[in-house]
Structure formats: C-alpha cells, structure tokens
Ligand binder design. Structure first.
Ligand code: IMP
Ligand code: MG
Length: 180
C-alpha cells in the first residue's frame, strides 16, 4: 500500500489535532440544542473520520445511516450521485449534522442536502474533513471544514480509490500513474 502513495498531504497527528478542534466547534454550536442530534455520515468515505469525531463529542447523539455513491468503480472523475440506501432514522424536527469525507464538486452534498431537507429537520448543518477549494460551489458552504486542499486525488483516512486505501492512516496523494 505504502508504495502507491506519492506523498503524504496531511499526516495522522495533524488530522487528530484538527478533528479535536472540529469537535470543539461542533460542541459550541450545539451546546444548547444537542438534545436529539442525529449525525448522518455519508458512507463509506466518512467512516474513519466519523469514528474519531464522534468520540470527541461530549453529548448524547444518534447516527442515521444512508449510502450514496458518486464514483462507480475505478473512476476518479465524479459521475452521477446515486442513493444506494435510504436513511435509517426519522429526522423530522431533529437537528441534523451531515458528515462527509470531502467536498469536491459538491454534487454529493447538494443531493444529500435536498434529500434530507424534504424530511423537515429542525436544522441541517454540514461537516466535511476536506474541501477542494478549486471546485467547491459558492452556494454550498459547509458549517465545519477540516482542511482546504489543492485539487489532487487523495486517499487514506477513509478516502478510497476503487475501494482501496481507506485504512491508510494518513491522507496521501495517490501516484498518478495508478489511475491515469
Ligand atoms: P463531489 O460530489 O464531487 O463533491 O464528490 C464528493 C465525493 O467524491 C466524496 O464524498 C468522495 O467520496 C469522492 N471524492 C472526491 N474527491 C476525492 C478524492 O480526492 N479522493 C477520494 N474520493 C474523492
Ligand atoms: Mg464519499
């Protein structure tokens, strides 16, 4: 696995530090309204981030699961967003925080946002670990952002290429010849 990574973009220590900072921001935001908070991770890319993030949150919360897919197989250019599994929890009247690994073109999060909005939550916020500033749409500004990164294809810490590298502990740039 290591030989497929061209360079480390964000080392694991820096990720952990930032995850703690994000958790503090989230705690401040929901301090008076964390009751009944439902966190909706976008599977599967957010699983590692989610696991670290929610263990830093000091209040009670629930997880609502849904699965969307943007890339089919080995493509590194976004395709259409598909809903693979419907949300497992009723969110009407609840505060909802969507957690995703990366905001790229925004197609995934726009689709998720309108899908969840239809279910009438009390509030709907978005937290992403990474944002590619080159393409991120102006009308989708996440409430919480871990890192702004350049427009390169990254893997590790949950992010995959063709299903692989999610278990790589750092965030790294994949060697381009592996997908070019
Ligand atoms: P968007 O819909 O273009 O914003 O793409 C968001 C989704 O595409 C993310 O949830 C990721 O699953 C995937 N994605 C975008 N960029 C990357 C990347 O650099 N590495 C791995 N997955 C990515
Ligand atoms: Mg994803």
């Amino acid at each position: 696995m290591e030989q497929d990574i061209a360079r480390i973009l964000i080392p694991r220590e820096r990720i952990q530090q930032r995850v703690h900072e994000l958790a503090r921001q989230i705690d401040e935001t929901y301090r008076d309204s964390s009751e009944g908070l439902i966190i909706v991770p976008i599977l599967a890319g957010s699983i590692i981030f989610l696991a670290d993030l929610i263990r830093c949150l000091p209040f009670k919360m629930r997880i609502g699961l849904m699965t969307l897919s943007r890339y089919r197989g080995a493509a590194t250019v976004g395709g259409e967003t598909q809903l693979v599994h419907e949300l497992s929890t009723d969110i009407e009247g609840r505060h909802v925080l969507v957690v995703d690994d990366i905001l790229d073109s925004g197609g995934t999060l726009m689709a998720v946002r309108s899908h969840l909005q239809e279910r009438r939550p009390a509030s709907l916020r978005v937290c992403v670990l990474l944002r590619k500033t080159a393409k991120a749409p102006k009308d989708l500004v996440p409430d919480f952002v871990g890192f702004d990164i350049e427009d390169v294809f990254v893997v590790g810490y949950g992010l995959d290429y063709d299903g692989h590298y999610r278990n790589w502990p750092d965030i790294g740039v994949l060697r381009p010849e592996l997908y070019a």
